[in-house]
Design a protein around this ligand. Sequence first.
Ligand code: UD1
Ligand code: CA
Length: 446
Amino acid sequence: MLAVAILAAGKGTRMKSCLPKVLQPLAGSTLVERVLTSCSGLQPQRRLLIVGHQAQEVQQQLIDWQGLEFVVQQPQNGTGHAVQQVLPVLEGFDGELLVLNGDVPLLRPSTIEHLVNEHRSSGADVTLLTARLADPTGYGRVFSDQQGRVSTIVEHRDCSDEQRHNNLTNAGIYCFNWKKLAAVLPQLCSDNDQGELYLTDTVALLPIAMHVEVADPDEVNGINDRCQLANCEALLQERLRNHWLKEGVTFTDPASCTLSEDCQFGRDVVIEPQTHLRGCCNIGDGCQLGPGSLIENADLGHGVSVLHSVVRDAKVGNEVAIGPFSHLRPGADIADQCRIGNFVEIKKSQIGEGSKVNHLSYIGDAQLGRHVNVGAGTITANYDGVRKHLTVVGDNSKTGANSVLVAPIVLGSEVTVGAGSTLTKDVPNGALALGRSKQLIKNGWQ
Ligand code: UD1
Ligand code: CA
């Protein structure tokens, strides 16, 4: 039997933020959600999240996590005090309690599994994760013998000068025998620099305490301030880019691009400088993204190019050229071989195969057929001040420059709209529609 408790009640004073620390974003997720994900594979019987500072915000963010139990710690009197709150919740529980700091977001699931397995096979009362850090500043120091038995943990601020030379640090990840821990938790005292109850002090109270050292010290980065947050973001981004470089994606300037973990790429995708992919993106073979583009929650077919453009919550078919300076907004659905050009904004609209919207247009709430040519400056006037209305344009129709299609309106197929027209009525198939005042010439006016 395994229960997990994640410590997420602290304020995160050093972040200097209105947001609770564990909700700070990291590579498209939040610190606490990354920690939750890192232990999901263990399928624990119980999952407890200890909340306190801005508890409501934290609970709200995690409302979709099935089976997550919230335990409130009020006030926040240290990590030991946080785990004391679990005592009534896990009364009678017989098994291991895995405790994870909510601000240690880079752990690999395999590392946590290894810790739990080592703990089970050694029969220790507690097994904790440690790392040898080149710069251990700020971390608790772990004092242990050659066999990996831990005698005590001393927080950085409580260490003597000599103790600070020890670079074996506490990662804040522990596997406890719950019954043994429950017996010593009430004995904690706040005899330390911060005057708090430290979970780390239980280690000296338990007869058999062991530690397991991580192979990759980067995994145990704790986040206390925005420098550490930025370093973790950089580390994660590098992990992601290296993964995709090995999978056949080219980055011409990797350090200037960012990805989210929910991105998938085909072969021979080229990502040019200053290009960012967020949320869930599926990018087909041979796409050329950037320079200077933002792509979020988008599906792109193969051979799509996106140049200096923003694509959000949109779907794009094969061999489509987007940009420079296009903006595809939620619900844009672009079929194969379309061309979306300079200063064009498309929202909640279907653009049929081979159609072109090349210059200076707004297309909203519209359905365009195949091989439609939208002239420069064509606008769908979709909003009457109260409601949005639909514009429909049939196959092979063309609109002249500077046309306004006042919705609701249906243009048939093979329609031609004269330049500068403002159309308010439907147009039948094959017709020419003109909606502008006649040109007046006054000879000899000067
Ligand atoms: C803690 C460890 C330290 C370790 C480091 C690893 C203690 C006393 N020290 O230090 O040995 O090297 O993590 O990153 O445990 N929290 C609560 N309630 C509280 C206080 C904190 O839930 O009353 C939560 C915080 O939200 C955070 C976690 O516990 O997620 C760790 O707290 P933090 O104050 O960051 O501890 P560190 O000083 O980093
Ligand atoms: Ca911390």
